[in-house]
Design a protein around this ligand. Structure first.
Ligand code: 3PG
Length: 400
């Protein structure tokens, strides 16, 4: 079933609800945005809607976490990137937001505050339940059309993602249309073996991703780096003193038993030795050693596996890549992926930034800012956002 895009609907002079995903990494101590490739992505659909009144909406962070902040920094960055005025309202569904939406002129942009400040946006619903939330009931009448351009949140059945689209004509934005087209093309021609390289700091998301990708046949080998690799080493009994969440170690043990010979862990790591990078084999690591990158032996071992892969999916950096001394593992793995014959898919803002920093982006088949949603898409799962776009397209076709 086809979904409709911006090319299929005349949006000029209309009031558009544009759901993007500007959920950015935040520095815990300062609450500052540290990487904003998702805000850059949001610009494409906003620019394509130049003749409309564009109400931009996104979530940021999760309730109770350090990254759960308001959207005023996003508004400033967005305005700078677009080189256009972006109004920001510290409100989502209240009278202030509604008044500002009502008074908009064509060509104007208004950014609402963090959608998750509305309790309803933190739960999942069926499409009809979502359309019946206070958020959708309060706001839907102000809009002529809803544009969904939040691929990184496509796996969430939240009111802003599946509720407005159940009531209004709904179109895929520029990023969603491109992600779906490119991924579908790549997946039809991609070959096995599928190698997944997982790093970064989001351990619980990675544990889920391993299960999803291996059980769906989308991962013949999983190469671990970053924090998640330490959890698996602990599960294997090779890191006795690591201070790590026990429930995560238990999950890692279960995955190792469920999928024997699939998950690979590093052989060595780089640590900070009096301000200098020093590499140590796993068995030599002391309690106080903080692993900041993978070492040369691991890179050599992983490179061999990547070079014999048909398709490689990499998500999350291999270490603290923002510090030059510990960027080596991330850079080397990206280099091998870029120069091998495999089909390559790279996910997440940090790796996107690294690819541009090392001038490797053009050698990669697909770069996405999405994380969890991309994993599910690769695994062939249905994503609520795409399902709601299909439903909206069917509704429009039926009424024509
Ligand atoms: C993401 O970063 O994966 C998306 O923005 C979704 O965020 P969530 O996992 O907090 O729903």
């Amino acid at each position: 079933m086809k979904i409709l895009t911006l090319e299929d609907f005349d949006t000029s002079k209309k009031t558009v609800f544009l759901r993007v995903d500007m959920n950015c990494p935040i520095e815990p101590d300062t609450s500052k945005i540290i990487e904003f490739s998702r805000i850059e992505e949001a610009c494409e659909s906003i620019n394509a809607l130049k003749e409309s009144k564009v109400v931009v909406a996104s979530h940021q962070g999760r309730v109770g976490r350090y990254d759960y902040i308001d959207m005023h920094q996003h508004a400033e960055i967005l305005s700078r990137l677009l080189n256009r005025r972006v109004e920001f309202v510290e409100d989502v569904i209240g009278p202030e937001a509604r008044k500002m939406i009502k008074n908009m002129n064509d060509g104007e942009i208004l950014l609402l505050d963090n959608l998750r400040f509305c309790a309803e946006e933190n739960y999942e619903y069926s499409f009809s339940e979502a359309a019946n939330t206070v958020m959708v009931k309060r706001l839907a009448d102000y809009f002529d059309v809803c544009v969904l351009d939040c691929f990184p949140s496509a796996h969430r059945a939240h009111p802003s993602i599946v509720g407005f689209s159940h009531k209004l004509p709904a179109l895929a934005g520029k990023i969603v249309a491109r992600e779906v087209n490119t991924l579908d093309e790549i997946l039809t021609i991609s070959k096995s073996p599928f190698v997944v390289v997982l790093g970064g700091a989001k351990v619980s998301d990675r544990l889920e991703a391993i299960d999803t990708l291996v059980s769906s046949g989308r991962a013949d080998k999983v190469l671990l780096t970053g924090l998640i690799s330490l959890v698996f080493l602990k599960a294997l009994g090779q890191l006795k003193n690591l201070d790590q969440d026990d429930s995560q170690v238990e999950k890692a043990k279960k995955l190792l038993t469920k999928y024997p010979n699939i998950i690979e862990v590093p052989l060595d790591y780089a640590i900070n030795n009096n301000g200098e990078r020093k590499e140590k084999d796993v068995k030599e690591l002391e309690k106080e050693d903080k692993a900041l990158d993978i070492g040369h032996k691991t890179i050599k071992h992983y490179s061999k596996i990547i070079n014999s892969a048909g398709t490689v999916f990499m998500s999350g950096p291999a270490g603290a890549f923002e510090k030059e001394d510990y960027a080596y593992g991330t850079k080397e793995l990206l280099d091998v992926i870029a120069s091998s014959f495999c089909t390559s898919i790279i996910s997440g803002g940090h790796l996107n930034a690294a690819l541009h920093r090392y001038k490797l982006a053009e050698k990669i088949d697909h770069i996405s800012t999405a994380g969890g949603a991309l994993v599910l898409y690769l695994a062939g799962k249905r994503l609520p956002m795409l399902e709601s776009l299909k439903e909206a397209a069917a509704r429009i076709n039926k009424s024509c």
